[in-house]
Every structure is written in structure tokens, then in C-alpha cells.
Design a protein around this ligand. Structure first.
Ligand SMILES: Cc1cc2nc3c(=O)[nH]c(=O)nc-3n(C[C@H](O)[C@H](O)[C@H](O)COP(=O)(O)O)c2cc1C
Length: 320
């Protein structure tokens, strides 16, 4: 078996080894649409969505396009209060796979007892996951960290498998590390040894050489790609091609077209004003690859409306 061209499975669903990681405020519906231009069948996580939001707001405010396929819809909850109702609504909206976030380090989330705070309160975590499992007839995964203050990911991973979770994703950093410092892949290797369900890794996977080396040391089933995807919506596809021995090159025209498509999707989903604001989070990355100068980039970023953005962009286009 060639690992790289064999999909991994979560229950009856099969996916390529490279998966879009959730990035709150970034990997929204327009971003996923842009990635799908290159990787139509890749699994992509949605951004974190709290159960109370699911209960009180409509699917569009959960960041969800009803009927969107190949997504792992990420939910979070500090306790059991809204879980039953939220699961009912999510299933009614046609979601086919759910992920529970127990790794978010943000103060606003952990103060409520959700995200990575759950890793420090194992009895409550058990209660929360047990209820999610009971309410969801679809595949259920959990995305976790190395631990909150202490490393307890291995024990938690075993507990989650016993509770019926179908797959895990490990981002091997403690809460206090946020998103920096070297991820400790030895934790992922230990978990992979101890559980029988698929184990995915998140953190620092930015190119095919790193993916290969992390596979060799951990034996993981798949890779979540987060920040490296920003401004590179083709990256999941590129990693797939390169790990299978192919060469992948994206030319300036390709970058340019992907960028404008991304902006178009963003404005269509959020409306022109918010659409431009969300798109700007990715602009720096696209602009760097297109060789735009700092001033040109600042000029685009300071566009106050979409018409002004396009006007400024048209002046740069001939140079590109
Ligand atoms: C801005 C930002 C937002 C994030 N939002 C989420 C989120 O909503 N849910 C989640 O599970 N992880 C979230 N993460 C964590 C990422 O999914 C990922 O685990 C982490 O960035 C490490 O992977 P990377 O090095 O590939 O970016 C976020 C990370 C960043 C930087």
C-alpha cells in the first residue's frame, strides 16, 4: 500500500490525507469555496461554532451553507445545556460529520469553561462528549491539544475512544503556547500507538517534506493544514501531488485568478463591505506571492470599499 495515495476513513467516509484546519474568522464558507476550486473532495473543518449560537441563530450565522459537503462542522460547549437542541438543529441542516473543539486557547472561550479548559476538567469533558455522542448519529471527531496546563492528551485520547468518538485530531501544544513554539509530535506518536481510531495531526505542517517526516515519526492518518493555507488555497492539492511524487507549480496567473475568485466568493457570501474585510485577512499572503511592494499592499488594504479596491487593483494588474 502506498500511504500517500490511499485515503483515510472516518467510518464510511474516505478522504485524502490533507485536510483544511479550522481557523476562526478565516476558514469561512468563501474560503472553503476557493479551496474547493483545487481540491473539490478534500475534507475541511468549519470554524468553531458554540452550541448556544446554533440554538439561537440560523445556519448562515453558524458559517454554514446548508447542503455543503465534505465538511467537518466544529461545535463547542462548556457544559451540557444546549447540546441536545444544537445537535438536533445541526443534523436537521444536513451536516454529516461533527467535530468538538477541546483545544481552543482563547481567553474568551476558556473563561466560559469551553475549548482547552475542558482538558483540565476531565469529568465535565466526559459528560459533554457522552452527550454529544448520544445525540449524534453521524461521525463524531474531537480536536484537542497536548493538554491545558499539563500534558494529558494520551489519557484523554483513550477515554474519547472508549466514549465512541470516531477520530481525533491532535494539535500538540499546551494551552499557554497558543499557536507558537515547536509542536511536540512525540505526543501524537504516543496517541497513535494507544488508540485504534484515526489520528490526525495539526500544527506546523506547511510543506510536503514536513508532512513526510511527521508521518515517519508518528504514523498519523492525516494532516490538518491551517495557517499555511492562507493565500494558498491550492496547498491541499499541492501537498497531495507532491507527496505522490509529482511536481506542482502555481504561476502568477493562477495566484491572481484564485485571489480574485476568493474575493468574489467573499463578497457574495458576506456582502461587499464585510466580504472585503474578511478577504483582507488573506491579501498579504496573496500579495507577497505576486511580488507586490509594501506600499502597493497598504494601498489595497486601505481601500474603503469594494469599488475602490477593484479600481486600485486594476492599476496594478498590468504590472503583474
Ligand atoms: C487565527 C486562528 C484561528 C483558529 N481557529 C480555530 C478554530 O476555530 N477551531 C480549532 O479547532 N482550531 C482553531 N485554530 C487552530 C488551528 O486549527 C490549528 O490547530 C493551529 O493553527 C496549528 O496549525 P497550523 O500550524 O497548521 O496553523 C485557530 C488558529 C488560528 C491561528
Amino acid at each position: 500500500m502506498n500511504y500517500w495515495n490511499t485515503p483515510f476513513s472516518i467510518r464510511s467516509y474516505s478522504f485524502s490525507r490533507f485536510v483544511g484546519s479550522p481557523l476562526d474568522g478565516v476558514t469561512n464558507r468563501p474560503f472553503r469555496q476557493t479551496v474547493r476550486l483545487f481540491s473539490p473532495r478534500a475534507l475541511m473543518y468549519t470554524e468553531i461554532c458554540h452550541c448556544d449560537t446554533i440554538v439561537h441563530c440560523d445556519p448562515k450565522s453558524w458559517g454554514l451553507q446548508v447542503g455543503e459537503e465534505q465538511i467537518n462542522f466544529q461545535m463547542s460547549s462548556p457544559d451540557t445545556q444546549y447540546i441536545e437542541q444544537a445537535c438536533e438543529r445541526v443534523c436537521a441542516a444536513g451536516v454529516r460529520m461533527v467535530d468538538i473543539n477541546i483545544g481552543c486557547p482563547a481567553k474568551s472561550v476558556i473563561h466560559k469553561g469551553a475549548g482547552s479548559a475542558l482538558m483540565a476538567d476531565v469529568p465535565r469533558l466526559k459528560e459533554v462528549i457522552t452527550l454529544f455522542r448520544a445525540c449524534l448519529p453521524i461521525p463524531l471527531t474531537v480536536k484537542m491539544r497536548a493538554g491545558f496546563k499539563d500534558h494529558n492528551a494520551c489519557d484523554i485520547a483513550c477515554m474519547l475512544e472508549d466514549l465512541g468518538v470516531d477520530a481525533l485530531c491532535i494539535h500538540p501544544r499546551l494551552q499557554a503556547q497558543g499557536f507558537s513554539g515547536d509542536p511536540d509530535y512525540t505526543i501524537v506518536a504516543d496517541i497513535k500507538q494507544r488508540v485504534g481510531i484515526p489520528v490526525l495531526v495539526s500544527g506546523g505542517i506547511t510543506n510536503s517534506a514536513i508532512a513526510r517526516s511527521v508521518y515517519e515519526t508518528t504514523g498519523v492518518d492525516g494532516f490538518l493544514i491551517g495557517r499555511a493555507l492562507m493565500g494558498r488555497p491550492w496547498l491541499l492539492h499541492q501537498l497531495e501531488v507532491e507527496t505522490q511524487g509529482g511536481a506542482y507549480d502555481v504561476d502568477r496567473r493562477g495566484i491572481h485568478d484564485a485571489m480574485l475568485k476568493h474575493l468574489e466568493f467573499s463578497c457574495a457570501w458576506f456582502g461587499p463591505s464585510r466580504g472585503l474585510a474578511y478577504f483582507k485577512k488573506h491579501l498579504k499572503e496573496y500579495a507577497a506571492q505576486l511580488g507586490l511592494s509594501k506600499d502597493e499592499n497598504i494601498g489595497l488594504l486601505s481601500s474603503s470599499c469594494i469599488d475602490q479596491f477593484y479600481e486600485r487593483w486594476r492599476m496594478l494588474e498590468p504590472v503583474l
